[in-house]
Design a protein around this ligand. Structure first.
Ligand SMILES: O=C(O)CCC(=O)C(=O)O
Length: 288
């Protein structure tokens, strides 16, 4: 098989064209997909009208899947491998817990000692317009820093906190953030992360980090905000405009992403994500 790829943006991403991810696929054919995943940071597969089981099965090709023990409130009731990102109300009519999931720059499971290798998000229901997701190339972000800045951040660790959210969103679910934090104590992750497969260095930060280990929030925040702003400049970013039955797989080791609230929230947006386990990274710290 020879993959038909179409670049999605200058910074990152490629669409894999004319493919059915649920069809039988040899190791060699999947090897081509995996190589494209490493080369482009994210891959888009359009028109994948597949079942949940097929979504899970294809995801397993990338590695062992997380059962989402660290985010139990958002799991699919019948498939622990699937995490819901939905604004569909609960059966009792209460708002969904996960309606604001991902509304800040982050890399999945950075707040755990085994951050994710990659995630595969499938769109089941999308609003008429909007509900987009931004992805940033963190290798490019690192490479374009000055030598002085690279030296300054080389040994820093950012403390990643579970359950953080931007203050402009209403709280979701009673005790949701508290539960997430209880299950996931703060983890310090290297600010410069070496990709275990490509060997390339990437920035590893996002908006779940409020301070560096060994420094105060006041000392840390200006640099964290500078680095996040640098990493998310338009030239380092791809904007995914979802259609129903898209699957996007992203490499959490060298990209970060953010779900946007750029849509009419009275319309339904329902996404489901599998999360591929990564390799151990970071260390536990006391307090945030
Ligand atoms: O819903 C989205 O577009 C992204 C959700 C997200 O950030 C995540 O699953 O980590």
């Amino acid at each position: 098989m020879s993959l038909k790829l179409r670049k999605l943006s200058y910074a990152l991403g490629a669409e894999v064209c004319d493919i059915d991810v649920a069809a039988p696929m040899s190791e060699v054919a999947f090897g081509e997909i995996y190589k494209a995943f490493l080369d482009h940071g994210i891959l888009l597969f359009r028109d994948q009208d597949i079942t949940r089981e097929q979504h899970i099965e294809f995801s397993r090709r990338f590695g062992e899947l997380d059962k989402h023990e660290s985010l139990p409130q958002d799991r699919h009731p019948d498939h622990p491998e699937l995490l819901l990102v939905t604004n569909e109300p609960n059966a009792d009519g209460t708002p969904s817990n996960s309606r604001y999931t991902g509304r800040q720059w982050h890399s999945d499971m950075s707040f755990t000692p085994i951050p994710s290798l990659g995630s595969l998000l499938k769109s089941w229901t999308v609003p008429e317009v909007g509900g987009d997701t931004l992805f940033a190339n963190m290798t490019m972000a690192y490479d374009t820093l000055s030598g002085g800045m690279k030296k300054l951040i080389a040994d820093l660790h950012g403390i990643q906190l579970a359950g953080t959210r931007k203050i402009n969103y209403a709280p979701t679910g009673v005790g949701r953030a508290e539960e997430q934090r209880k299950l996931n104590p703060p983890i310090a992750q290297p600010v410069v992360r070496v990709h275990p497969e490509t060997g390339k260095k990437a920035l590893y930060l996002g908006e779940k980090v409020k301070r560096f280990d060994g420094m105060t929030e006041a000392e840390s925040l200006p640099l964290i905000q500078y680095l996040n702003a640098h990493a998310t400049k338009p030239e380092f970013v791809y904007r995914q405009q979802w259609r129903k039955n898209d699957i996007v797989v992203w490499d959490n080791r060298c990209t970060m992403h953010q779900a946007l609230g750029d849509f009419d929230e009275t319309q339904r947006r329902h996404m489901e994500r599998t999360t591929v386990l990564g390799t151990p990274s970071g260390y536990a710290v006391m307090g945030g």
